[in-house]
Design a protein around this ligand. Structure first.
Ligand code: ADP
Ligand code: MG
Length: 567
């Protein structure tokens, strides 16, 4: 322990803290919940003793030990019966003042307590891990208990019993007498919105030990984890000087998905409400989407609906998604990729990927074999962009596995996987903006949409809106477009000013998403009429994709323009 601390007794300070009403009630709840851990709010420790709080960060092992003992003492007072049942109380620390970015987690932090935030990308199944092994000597049958800590089992070599008297012997593990604890390894990755532009996301492995920590987070979940930074040799107990960093979790907090990705100040709110009353708000938003891309007003309008989204409904017999999916199919070089990249950057939770996916998990999810031999579930792009927008470029190149799983993702907003002993359903409440190149290189107007793209109709039908972008020479349009593009290049440094700056538009969208508009009778009537006319129009042409019922579009429209009226 460091010099400054010698004047205080950490155990006494913890004892004072745990006498607070809040902790006493948490302790007396433990028996009911069958829990063996107590959550300590870091702020309470900081108020009680600033020095000790600092020491907890620098020297977590020792200080947590004091806390654990103090918590057990207090439990003996609150619930002596339960204290007899459990041997110790694990103290979990919640809410360190500042999270450390995964990018900065380096050797400076080894052995220290940190808080990191990220998104769970992988999780192994929960497996038992030995904490104390019981060995039986083959010669004299005496049981010997050996506490375990490293990754491999430490075996005794000599037997100290009366009979063997320190001779070398062989030992067998006695499972029944051995103490196990639940163990799981997860991997967390930087959140897409925290990622510096053009950088690959960093990730770190996290070890979860204890039944209260394992299985709390699934791939795709956003978590905040408090833990001790540790290192491990990549290949067991090797001789390499280079190690891998991992986190020994102390506390894991699964963030509610709805939590705002964007921080909105009261001034922002005032500006947002003001802007929402603008009679031209609708057009202004459309003009603010990818202003450097010429034309495509109708597509940009659709993208606006996608950005705002509708209201999901949970019914007794299922879930109705609240987002729309858009597909852009068309000739190469018409700006599809540019549009997608722009939307990914502007959306509060946007992710840009290609059909192939950027990880082994592809677009949906995959069960992968770990280096150690076990299986691990890894989340793909659609799971990582849960509650956000996933921009998938060149979707026709997606993996065959994803072709199967994407149906479920697009209709039910979940991804189910059952493979290698892992059975899981992950959330993928994602709006998809996809782009595809025509199967024959160029879009053939004499064929149907379905014949122009190498995707099954079942997937196509999951898109609410499909746009065909063709690159046909048109003197008027070409002149205007070339002027538009040349203009941008002329003003290289100050790109086109959209009516609403991108940062503010992101806030506006985030804010609008917190409002739940309700369909009026008049709106229902108009939608019904529109649907019937569309259906009868589709009938005659023998269109391969029938217009399917989607009211989402209207709800997102309400959100984008009239949301103040429902406040
Ligand atoms: P795609 O993905 O459709 O093949 P890209 O998005 O890669 O096409 O666009 C190719 C180039 O053409 C980009 O540099 C883009 O800026 C330009 N471009 C194409 N159409 C437009 C447009 N309507 N307005 C501005 N730039 C465009
Ligand atoms: Mg492209």
């Amino acid at each position: 322990m460091s010099e400054e601390l010698k004047h205080v007794d950490p155990r006494q300070i913890f004892q004072e803290i745990f006498k607070m009403e809040k902790y006493r009630s948490r302790l007396s709840q433990m028996a009911v919940e069958g829990s063996t851990s107590l959550v300590l709010d870091f702020e309470d420790l900081r108020v009680a003793d600033e020095e000790l709080a600092k020491e907890l960060i620098m020297n977590p092992r020792a200080i947590l030990d004091y806390a654990s003992k103090a918590a057990y003492e207090q439990l003996k007072i609150e619930d002596p019966e339960y204290a007899n049942v459990i041997e110790k109380v694990a103290v979990r620390v919640r809410g360190l003042p500042t999270p450390i970015s995964l990018r900065k987690l380096g050797s400076d932090y080894i052995g220290k307590l940190v808080m990191v935030e990220g998104i769970v990308v992988r999780a192994t199944p929960v497996r038992p891990m030995i904490v104390e092994a019981a060995f039986k000597c083959r010669r004299c049958k005496t049981i010997k208990r050996v506490p375990q800590s490293g990754m491999t089992i430490t075996r005794p070599t000599t037997c100290e019993s009366e009979a063997c008297r320190g001779r070398r012997s062989t030992f067998d593990l006695v499972e029944e007498e051995t103490k196990f604890v639940d163990y799981q390894e997860i991997r967390i990755q930087e959140k897409p919105e925290d990622l510096p532009p053009g950088q690959l996301p960093r990730s770190v492995n996290v070890r979860l030990v204890g039944s209260d920590l394992v299985d709390t987070a699934r791939p795709g979940d956003r978590v905040s984890i408090v833990g001790i930074v540790r290192v491990t040799s990549p290949r067991g107990e090797g001789r390499l000087r280079i190690f891998d960093i991992y986190l020994d979790a102390n506390f894991i907090d699964v963030k509610s998905k709805e939590a705002e990705a964007v921080i909105i100040s009261p001034e922002d709110e005032k500006k947002i409400l003001e802007l929402s009353k603008d009679p031209f708000i609708h057009r202004k938003i459309v003009q603010s989407i990818a202003p450097s891309i010429y034309g495509y007003e109708h597509i940009k309008e659709a993208i606006m609906y996608l950005l705002f989204g509708g209201v999901p409904k949970t019914l007794p017999d299922g879930y109705i998604r609240g987002n729309i999916n858009i597909l852009l199919i068309g000739d190469p070089g018409v700006g599809k990729s540019r549009l997608l990249q722009y939307v990914a950057a502007i959306a509060p939770r946007g992710l840009y990927t290609t059909g192939r996916g950027t990880t082994a998990a592809g677009l949906t999810a995959a069960v992968l074999r770990e280096a150690g031999g076990g299986m691990t579930l890894e989340a793909g792009a659609l799971v990582l962009s849960d509650m956000g927008i996933c921009c998938i470029d060149e979707i026709e190149k997606m993996r065959p596995e994803d072709r199967v799983a994407i149906h479920e993702a697009m209709a039910q907003n979940t991804i189910s996987i059952a493979k290698g002993g892992i059975v899981a359903t992950l959330n993928a409440r994602t709006a998809i903006l996809a782009a595809a190149n025509p199967a024959l290189g160029r879009y053939d107007p004499y064929r149907t949409v379905a014949e122009n793209i190498s995707l099954p109709i079942t997937i196509l039908s999951r898109f609410d809106l499909i746009f065909v972008l063709r690159d046909v020479p048109d003197k008027e349009r070409d002149t205007e477009m070339s002027e538009h593009i040349l203009n941008i290049h002329k003003r290289a440094h100050s790109s086109i000013e959209p009516p609403i700056p991108p940062d503010f538009l992101r806030k506006y969208i985030s804010y609008a998403k917190t409002i739940n508009p309700v369909l009026t009778d008049e709106a229902i009537e108009r939608l019904k009429e529109f649907y019937l006319t569309m259906r009868s129009a589709g009938e005659g042409e023998g269109s391969p994709i029938a217009i399917t019922a989607s009211t989402t579009r209207y709800l997102s429209f309400l959100r984008s323009i009239g949301f103040t009226s429902s406040l």
